[in-house]
Write a protein that binds this ligand. Sequence first.
Ligand SMILES: Nc1ncnc2c1ncn2[C@@H]1O[C@H](COP(=O)(O)OP(=O)(O)OP(=O)(O)O)[C@@H](O)[C@H]1O
Ligand SMILES: [Mg+2]
Length: 247
Amino acid sequence: MPNHPYLDASVAWRIKNDKIGFREADYRTTVQAIYESGLAAEVRGIISTGKEADVLLCGYNGAPLAVKVYRLYRTSHRGGTPIKLESAGRLAAHEFDMLHQAWRGGAPVPAPARRVENMLSMRYLGGERAAPRLNDVRLDDPERCLEDVIAGVRSLARAGVVHSDLSAFNVLYHEGKPWFIDLSEGIRVDRTGYSPWMRLEAAEAALTAGLRALAAYFRKYRLEIDVAGETEQLVRQLDRWEVRGKT
Ligand SMILES: Nc1ncnc2c1ncn2[C@@H]1O[C@H](COP(=O)(O)OP(=O)(O)OP(=O)(O)O)[C@@H](O)[C@H]1O
Ligand SMILES: [Mg+2]
């Protein structure tokens, strides 16, 4: 008898059909973790629950704060056993780093405050309600917004960051301006570690994909983005070591 599948068929069926709840932090546990971490003194409610993370509206010294909590457990597709992902902490740490780098460089991102384990706090964008995603607003002045979005992508690059999940879902529209969020897979393009060549390759792929996604959004307003031209210009700007040579 082969050792596969290693789960009883009925258990596998229950996992596949969501009949077994995995041990994922529930709301109360998440709130408690936030209090224990000292990231916030008050949790006011949930802004968003997603596949990978929840975002909560919190308060600290009376001021609002957004706290993003990465999930610790994810269902493994190989066998269905819950695996504790060390990567939750790594993602939060990386996102914090990226936000900090981008914010310090003057890019339009929510200012990061602190990170503890799989949680990070940052400036809350919104008023009574959280700021909408670009995808969910009807723009009065789409041309202006497109200019601001492109300027934002450029200023991220100047700050040494390339967003690798860029789309109208990861841009919030707040006070008439686009703000870039969800930088957990951002690429630092100004640091040693990976070779400049590898970073440029990754940056180029991410910029092409991201600008394409944004182009698809702005097409609704009959506006175009020169994806290839913009990417080339940005990559050239990032190529401080001129590893690509001159073309
Ligand atoms: N600083 C913030 N201020 C206000 N709202 C925020 C802030 N950061 C995130 N949000 C809200 O939370 C949502 C999810 O945030 P984000 O995109 O960073 O998480 P995510 O990793 O995409 O989560 P998932 O992909 O699992 O849905 C955003 O679409 C936005 O509505
Ligand atoms: Mg997102």
